[in-house]
Design a protein around this ligand. Structure first.
Ligand SMILES: O=P(O)(O)O[C@@H]1[C@@H](OP(=O)(O)O)[C@H](OP(=O)(O)O)[C@H](O)[C@H](OP(=O)(O)O)[C@H]1OP(=O)(O)O
Ligand SMILES: Nc1ncnc2c1ncn2[C@@H]1O[C@H](COP(=O)(O)OP(=O)(O)OP(=O)(O)O)[C@@H](O)[C@H]1O
Ligand SMILES: [Zn+2]
Length: 502
């Protein structure tokens, strides 16, 4: 029997086909999809083949993508990076990458954008950046990129060429997905598109700010209440330390970064500098000069970094030993002035219900019995989640959709690039910052990167990780010695987490 949601999905497909002036049959639907695929292919005539691989060098990577910078001379690629999909390893084999949106994802992303018409998941993900995230964050600060065709041989050569530069834990986690037809060509946000002069230097920082607010959903259970007073980032640190994903707790607190206060923003930038983990990097003309490539396991607690101080020599005219300080001030001023974190915070706050609420809506979206209610022994009709389970489908879809959009916003990074300028140019498309103590002006630009759609199938993972994080913190609180002289109990609890984990 077809569930009501699947039936709705089929209706949506038919609706989409009708809206495009096509008919109702599966054959016509396929032709519609093929047409859209061709249309997407036509958008780019660029094809990368094995002979081109030597022009692309390793820039960095995250969990899902590998980023290559262009080192050749073709005007089509100068100033661009190539974002190549990775595939998770499963032992010695690679996991299957879903080629399509699932039926329920189709339901979710139908509506205000044309994701459903995408013939492949990759195209849907590209449309998601263009039509969902970019309007929310500001199209001036987002480059969704264009899709370029890549041959299997190109990807295989890239795979070989970059292997020695990749962190070994990333290599064992995932590999280049050589089955992909496309890669994304995106502006290289660490440089400026048009240089003012030949020796121009561009210094850029990459910040992964993570979630900037404390949840206040009424669906958070009492035993999880620590989530209301400590950020997800701080709580997660304890688990990461236990799993040796980090070597020490980060000093960074996202609440400072998102506070809107100049002083607190500067504090957060200094804390990121001290414990950068995968949340802070600095590039000089696209080359990493501070932080770790590929993310993760940066070991030292940094108070002073010679390499960064030296790299800043040509851009910041301050005495030796003072350049890093001036640079961190410059970064915090740009964060403060751009106002972009306020905008980002609004998008993160689309997560109104917290995973403890959204997970119930998820089970209604996928038309499955709610595992959480079953486990908690909740009677769906009389229990605390009954209101969620009795929502109409459209509202359940909205909750889950907004949860996933917020998840993208909690995981993205911001790149801020600076270049020195002698005098203000009224025609310059960039904002200018004047740093008083060194008497220098800088152009700066801010971009968002990594706006990937989060798969609907990750909802249960989100729920389980949330539980695991809280369990780990509570265990540490329980084992830690009581702390004398703390003013209130909540502060004591927080301190226990921090001290206990060190
Ligand atoms: O769950 P989190 O907060 O640890 O975030 C994951 C990130 O971990 P982080 O804590 O920032 O080091 C994680 O980053 P790393 O791999 O740790 O560098 C990914 O960004 C992951 O997203 P995806 O699986 O690539 O779509 C992120 O997963 P999502 O939660 O954004 O889906
Ligand atoms: N457009 C860009 N310009 C310059 N550098 C970039 C750009 N896009 C990505 N990078 C660099 O490549 C790294 C990895 O890219 P990205 O964050 O897109 O990977 P990911 O696998 O999607 O990350 P995640 O682990 O969050 O899923 C970034 O941390 C950044 O240093
Ligand atoms: Zn439930």
């Amino acid at each position: 029997m077809i569930s009501k949601h699947v039936r709705k999905y089929i209706e949506v497909i038919i609706w989409t086909a009708e809206a495009n002036g096509k008919g109702r049959t599966a054959g016509r639907r396929q032709r519609l999809r093929d047409g859209v695929k061709k249309q997407h292919l036509r958008m780019t005539e660029l094809i990368l083949e094995a002979k081109d691989a030597g022009d692309w060098i390793y820039r960095g990577e995250g969990a899902a993508n590998l980023i290559l910078a262009y080192n050749g001379s073709s005007p089509d690629f100068v100033g661009k990076v190539l974002r190549v999909q990775k595939v998770k390893r499963n032992g010695t084999n690679c996991e299957e990458v879903p080629s399509d949106l699932s039926i329920h994802e189709g339901l979710l992303w139908n509506g205000d954008c044309d994701l459903l018409s995408a013939p492949t998941r990759e195209i849907a993900e590209h449309l998601y950046v263009q039509h969902v995230m970019s309007p929310l964050l500001g199209s001036n600060h987002v480059d969704a990129g264009v899709r370029v065709l890549v041959s299997r041989n190109f990807l295989e050569s890239i795979q070989k060429n970059v292997l020695s530069q990749r962190p070994s834990w990333r290599v064992s986690d995932a590999d280049v997905n050589t089955q992909c037809d496309y890669a994304l060509l995106i502006s290289d946000h660490s440089v400026f598109p048009q240089a003012l002069h030949d020796e121009e230097l561009s210094i850029s920082v990459e910040i992964k700010p993570k979630c900037g607010f404390l949840p206040c959903s009424s669906y958070i259970l009492e035993e999880q209440t620590v989530k209301r007073s400590m950020t997800r980032f701080k709580l997660h640190q304890t688990l990461k330390l236990q799993h040796k994903k980090v070597s020490q707790l980060s000093q960074y607190d996202p609440l400072d970064m998102f506070s809107g206060s100049k002083e607190r923003i500067l504090k957060s930038i200094k804390d990121l500098f001290s414990t950068p983990q995968n949340n802070f990097r600095v590039f000089l003309n696209g080359s990493l000069v501070f932080g770790s490539l590929g993310g993760g396991k940066y070991r030292t607690n940094v108070r002073y970094d010679r390499a960064l101080e030296d790299a800043l020599k040509f851009a910041i005219q301050a005495n030796d030993g003072m350049r890093t300080t001036c640079f961190l001030e410059l970064v915090s001023e740009a964060v403060f002035r751009s106002g972009l974190l306020d905008r980002l915070l609004e998008v993160q706050k689309l997560d109104v219900f917290d995973i403890e609420g959204a997970i119930h809506a998820y089970y209604d979206v996928v038309s499955e019995p709610c595992v959480i209610c079953n486990h908690l022994g909740e009677d769906k009709l009389s229990g605390r989640y009954s209101s969620l389970h009795s929502l109409p489908l459209d509202e359940s879809l909205k909750i889950v959709k907004e949860y996933l959009i917020a998840a993208t916003a909690k995981d993205l990074s911001i790149m801020i690039s600076f270049r020195t300028r002698e005098k203000e140019d009224p025609k310059s498309p960039y904002h200018v910052i004047f740093h008083e103590s060194i008497g220098q002006s800088f152009d700066y630009k801010v971009s968002f990167i990594d706006l990937d759609m989060k798969p609907l199938g990750k909802m249960m993972h989100y729920y389980e990780l949330d539980q695991k994080i809280v369990r780990c913190c509570k265990k540490i609180m329980k084992n830690a010695k009581p702390i004398e002289n703390s003013v209130n109990v909540e502060e004591k609890e927080k301190e226990k987490v921090i001290n206990g984990a060190q």
